[in-house]
Design a protein around this ligand. Structure first.
Ligand SMILES: Nc1ncnc2c1ncn2[C@@H]1O[C@H](COP(=O)(O)OP(=O)(O)OP(=O)(O)O)[C@@H](O)[C@H]1O
Ligand SMILES: [Mg+2]
Length: 226
């Protein structure tokens, strides 16, 4: 067991384009301690989402490895990987990934399904989040009936409600108004402070640097500053 919550060792990811090989993540080595709030910055195409997806085990590296709590993410079989991700890692996707035929309350319900909670317990957990994000009146609308920013809030709720010990958040505030974005960031900061949650927040936008403990900057797949 190592002392770090997350470690990337000589991580590389290449995508096969139609005619070219794109190196999205290039020889990245990182150590992120438990309870750290990391701001992952870099321009569009720098490799932030790819790095987040590698850490979350959603894609396999071309070479190198990621460990979470000492477990090598890309060597786990699917069942252990899903257990690890289910129990520890919550991901807010850049594209939201909400279930289109479920209303937004059901989207949250589904996220809690593995816990085996009763409908009543789920309601008790979920309602305060809907209230906090001003979505109480919209709980029974489909994702497509919400604005982009509102969908983004649902994606954030879906992750936070599972109380993961690691949150990987890919542009979680990109299409949200400044006030709500500030609230989400503050909520995440509190999770770090109070519950020692590790957070990696990727953004190509403007997020106050003071929110994070450390900034990691990517350029052309490389980490140029950490
Ligand atoms: N599935 C894929 N297939 C091929 N190339 C990809 C794929 N995903 C990403 N890329 C390429 O990898 C590079 C890094 O992309 P990535 O999405 O990680 O960047 P990013 O930093 O998250 O950008 P943004 O700020 O726009 O979200 C880009 O050149 C992109 O074109
Ligand atoms: Mg991205």
């Amino acid at each position: 067991m190592n002392n770090y919550k997350i470690e990337c060792i000589s991580l590389n990811k290449q995508y096969k384009g139609r005619n070219v090989l794109i190196t999205a993540v290039r020889d990245v080595s990182l150590k992120i301690e438990k309870g750290e709030f990391i701001l992952l910055k870099g321009r569009s195409g720098a490799g932030k989402s790819t790095l987040i997806n590698l850490i979350g085990g959603l894609i396999a590296p071309t070479s190198g490895k990621v460990t979470i709590d000492g477990f090598i993410v890309n060597q786990l079989n699917n069942k252990s990987l899903s257990n690890l991700l289910l129990n520890r890692v919550g991901i807010v996707f850049q594209g939201f990934n909400l279930l289109p035929t479920y209303d937004i309350y059901e989207n949250i319900e589904v996220a809690l399904a593995p816990r085996g909670l009763s409908k009543r317990e789920i309601k008790k957990l979920a309602i305060p989040y809907f209230e906090r994000f001003g979505l109480s009146e919209m709980m029974h609308l489909l994702p497509e009936e919400l604005s982009t920013g509102q969908q983004q809030k649902v994606a954030v709720i879906r992750t936070l409600i599972r109380q993961p010990s690691i949150i990987l958040a890919d542009e979680p505030t990109a299409s949200i108004d400044d006030i709500t974005a500030g609230e989400i960031l503050e909520l995440m900061r509190n999770l770090c402070n109070e519950q020692n949650v590790t957070i990696i927040l990727a953004t190509h936008g403007i997020v106050p640097e003071t929110i994070a403990d450390r900034m990691i900057v990517m350029e052309n797949g490389k980490v140029i500053n950490q």
